[in-house]
Design a protein. Structure first.
Length: 308
């Protein structure tokens, strides 16, 4: 017999593990995402791993801003922004600010399966550069035609900036409001809300938009402590929208208190001057009377009837 035979006994099947996880594998052919074990088993926050897995499953061009991620997850803005910073410091995420051909600045996000980018020396793709305007080719003068004037050889003027589009129903777009014309007391109340609830962080534009409503509350006689209590009491555990939308809803739906009634002056008669003290001529007792004389006990009975 040329073939070698092994007399070693086969390993006995011990069955499924008694503890720990048991995987039930399913071969996926569509709608799946490849995730590295170094990222899936990364020690730290579970929110960070969940955000990374969600971003890895999105197609190119999908929005991954903080507001877009807050609309998908139940966590708030603080946890989502912290997860993005952890992914960025670990090398899985990179955010770049690029300038488009129209002059606007946008943020492009690059997500890497392996920290530090792909294993190619080229690195991540560079953002597209704005196209340069083509210059007209110089015209060769012919012997029959006269030379062109000096102004024709200059470069063409750049196109005028695009004007803001508007429709009959919608006015032209205006720049966002600033804090220059806002009431400083209302802005101070809005800025202090984050001390009560750390989620109530407002930008300058949001504070300028909410300041007029807070000014009306202050004009109605509501104190700053009462406004803070009405805006922060009973907030939900998770925000489905930005904190500014929650505050705007409360400012618009909460009725203003009735203005205090003006105090009416009370018409009271001024008290008359007290009569001076006099000494009774009969008993020398002190009594009040406009002129010297006798007290009530020393007067004769006819004097009271005549006076009455």
């Amino acid at each position: 017999m040329a073939d070698s035979q092994s007399n070693a006994p086969l390993r006995a099947d011990t069955g499924p593990p008694a503890t720990g996880v048991t995987h039930v594998r399913t071969r996926l052919t569509a709608d799946f995402t490849v995730l590295a074990n170094a990222l899936a088993q990364r020690r730290g926050s579970a929110v960070t791993i969940g955000v990374a897995a969600y971003i890895a499953s999105l197609p190119d061009g999908a929005p991954v801003s903080i507001s877009a991620l807050c609309g998908h997850f139940t966590e708030g803005e603080i946890l989502i922004s912290r997860a993005l910073r952890e992914l960025e410091s670990a090398g899985y995420l990179e955010r770049r600010r690029v300038r488009l051909s129209s002059g606007h600045i946008r943020t492009r996000t690059f997500f890497y399966d392996v920290p530090g980018g792909p294993p190619t020396p080229d690195g991540p793709p560079e953002p597209p550069k704005p196209p340069r305007p083509r210059r007209a080719a110089p015209v060769q003068p012919s012997p029959e035609s006269p030379p062109p004037p000096a102004s024709a050889a200059t470069a063409p003027e750049p196109p005028p900036p695009p004007t803001p589009t508007s429709t009959p129903d919608q006015p032209a777009t205006t720049p966002p409001a600033s804090l220059a014309g806002a009431d400083p007391r209302a802005v101070a109340v809005l800025a202090s809300l984050r001390r009560v609830d750390a989620r109530l962080v407002l930008s300058a534009q949001e504070a300028a938009r909410l300041a007029p409503a807070v000014t009306q509350w202050l004009a109605a006689g509501v104190g700053t402590a009462q406004i803070t209590e009405r805006l922060t009491a009973g907030l939900p555990d998770h925000f489905r929208t930005r904190p500014a939308s929650v505050l705007a809803f409360r400012l618009s739906e909460t009725p203003l208190p009735a203005p205090p009634r003006p105090a009416h002056p009370v018409d009271r008669e001024r008290p008359t001057a007290a009569l001076p003290f006099q000494t009774c001529d009969g008993c020398e007792r002190a009594f009040r009377a406009p002129a010297p004389g006798r007290c009530r006990d020393c007067r004769p009975a006819g004097a009271f009837r005549a006076a009455g």
